[in-house]
Design a protein around this ligand. Structure first.
Ligand SMILES: Cc1cc2nc3c(=O)[nH]c(=O)nc-3n(C[C@H](O)[C@H](O)[C@H](O)COP(=O)(O)OP(=O)(O)OC[C@H]3O[C@@H](n4cnc5c(N)ncnc54)[C@H](O)[C@@H]3O)c2cc1C
Length: 559
């Protein structure tokens, strides 16, 4: 997950703009007049707001103690960030090259950073159509802001016009769903219609009340019908039920011609294919219809934490990696965080209360720890096993009060999908060596979220990189910077993560990266995000969005 910004991003966007019709940005002469904005505001019934970075009231020029205190109270809340017109989960994507955080020097004014100048807070499809129509009439560089979790800064942009979808609410279960336009006799199925402004936590909660589960993201506040699904959408349920895109039955979307369209396997089939993994840039999705699955009544939840010294690092990492095929064979899915001297994980076996079997799978790691400790090289391992009686229990507290890990920080990441063979002899040594060479402030995430059902879907059925259909893991290498890190130092951090990502890529040469959790400076981004699917995506984009209204950084069409 991560970020860059400023000079590089500005330079990249200028190159991109020069190739697709130079959409209008502030403060150029093409920018609409105040009267035009007022007229849009009337159409939206007061839904147009002047957006500013959230910490602006804590800085000179906009000082307002009451507003600043409110911002400080909510600063780390992921849901609050998504609700604000000018806030993003990752502060790099609101601030750009401005020191505008609550702990930066208040005497330094906040500039606009990457926050769109105006934000249309749309409340229904008609509002979306009006906002898109306005953007098209004025040829505005336009960004769609959903739950604001993006790691590549694709929902913000210097001098742009924003369409914020977070007020589009609605979760509606439909136990006899048939796609619009389907021929008579088409079998119905259980489904849920989710409006673009909903978060996964509330979908999970509603699904629990309805007695079903929906394949969704791991965080409280990721958008359930926005960027997550447009990029692919992985879940701990994916090995069992596929990616988010494999569960979509229908989209409703306002395309750049401001028409509200339905895309499914019968209507607008090319667009339906592109929206399932092609990323943002085809319009404003207003609603997604997903399959639902039977309620899960038992989950073995297993967390393993370990510490070790440099002396045991190689052995620990190799034992952990060679354990991966056994974990997958035991139907584990979830998240592992190995670092140079410690390891944490949260793994799940859905539809199983067999804790002892789950525990036994880790025996080689326990044996390794015992042997090393016996040799005077201490390795500690603790594990906690719990049986959850429903999927919703994976999320404990009221999300309105949860300070989410990573919220209001600046994190950069790069990634690659990986097959199980990367953890088997002889390739495993290259992966261990990669892990041993991590820098002091770099960390890894191993997501065991592919394999199983994800691998059974044909490679060309959706627009995601075809290597998803051969992958077992998604591996992230990440780092970040502090709010006062000088900009020159940030450039070095960005370069470092790109180098590290390319080192990872060399271990899994024919595998792509997950577009939603990728290096913003990925050198061959179109090939790495979409592989052989890119030419078809590019051609659909040129039909749907010929003027590049919704073009964003390393989205389809951003050559
Ligand atoms: C804490 C955290 C946890 C995460 N966990 C997971 C996970 O478990 N699984 C996973 O697959 N990914 C995960 N991600 C990555 C996530 O999929 C991406 O960050 C994704 O881009 C978030 O989409 P969003 O709509 O929430 O964010 P936004 O920043 O609002 O949007 C992301 C992109 O989608 C576009 N977009 C958003 N809404 C719409 C819409 N309605 N119509 C058209 N375009 C739209 C935006 O313009 C932007 O380009 C996680 C990210 C974070 C920060």
């Amino acid at each position: 997950m991560i970020y860059l910004v400023v000079q590089t991003l500005v330079a990249l966007s200028l190159v991109a703009a020069s190739q697709h019709n130079q959409p209008c940005t502030y403060p150029n002469a093409c920018w609409p007049s105040d009267g035009a904005w007022s007229s849009l505001n009337r159409t939206l019934q007061g839904g147009l707001v002047r957006a500013r970075p959230p910490a602006a009231p804590c800085h000179v020029n906009s000082l307002n103690d009451t507003a600043c205190n409110a911002v400080k109270e909510n600063w780390n809340l992921g849901l609050w960030r998504g609700d604000q017109p000018g806030a993003y989960f990752d502060t790099a994507w609101e601030n750009g090259n401005s020191y505008c955080n609550i702990d930066n020097d208040p005497a330094v004014p906040c500039d606009q950073g990457l926050v769109p100048i105006y934000m249309a807070q749309v409340k229904n499809s008609a509002d979306v159509q009006a906002a898109v129509s306005f953007a098209r009439d004025h040829d505005l560089s336009t960004r769609v802001k959903g739950a604001s979790h993006d790691f590549l800064g694709r929902s913000s942009g210097n001098g742009t016009f924003g369409i914020q979808t977070i007020k589009l609410k609605g979760i509606e279960f439909d136990d006899t769903f048939r796609p619009k336009g389907s021929p008579s006799g088409t079998a119905s199925q259980t489904a849920v219609h989710i409006a673009a402004g909903e978060h996964w936590y509330y979908v999970n909660k509603a699904a629990s009340e309805h007695g079903v589960v929906v394949v969704g993201g791991s965080s409280y506040s990721v958008g359930a019908a926005g960027g997550w699904v447009l990029g692919g959408g992985h879940s701990s349920l994916s090995p069992q039920y596929g990616l988010g895109v494999d569960n979509v039955l229908q989209f409703e979307i306002v395309t750049p011609d401001s028409q509200l369209r339905t895309a499914n396997r019968f209507l607008n089939k090319d667009l339906f294919w592109a929206l399932r993994g092609g990323g943002p840039g085809f319009g404003v999705v207003t609603k997604v219809t997903y399959k639902t699955h039977p309620a899960i009544t038992a989950i073995s939840a297993f967390s393993v934490d370990a510490t070790y010294t440099k002396a045991s690092q190689h052995g620990f990492l190799k034992t952990l990696l060679t354990l991966q095929p056994a974990l997958a064979a035991h139907n584990f899915s979830g998240y592992m965080y190995p670092s140079p001297t410690n390891f944490t994980s949260y793994l799940l076996v859905h539809n199983s209360a067999d804790i002892s079997g789950a525990n036994a799978t880790f025996q080689p790691l326990y044996d390794f720890a015992e042997a090393e400790t016996g040799q005077g090289r201490p390795v500690t391992i603790t594990s906690v096993a719990t049986v959850l009686t429903e999927y919703l229990q994976m999320w404990g507290q009221d999300p309105l009060t949860v300070s989410e890990d990573g919220a209001a920080r600046s994190i950069l990441l790069g990634s690659r999908l990986a097959p199980m063979s990367a953890f088997e002899e002889p390739q495993v040594d290259a992966m261990v060596s990669f892990m041993e060479n991590l820098g002091d402030y770099e960390f890894l995430q191993f997501h065991l979220i592919a394999g199983g059902r994800v691998n059974q879907v044909p490679e060309n059925a959706t627009a995601v990189h075809p290597s998803w259909r051969r992958a077992s893991h998604h591996i992230i290498v990440a780092t970040g910077w502090l709010t006062d890190t000088p900009f020159a130092a940030r450039d070095l951090v960005r370069q470092g993560i790109t180098n590290r990502t390319q080192a990872l890529a060399s271990i899994v040469p024919s595998f792509g990266a997950y577009v939603n959790e990728a290096d913003i400076n990925e050198p061959n981004w179109a090939e790495t995000f979409w592989g052989p699917n890119y030419p078809r995506l590019r051609s659909i984009k040129s039909v749907i969005d010929p003027r590049g209204l919704f073009t964003c950084h390393h989205c389809v069409g951003d050559e």
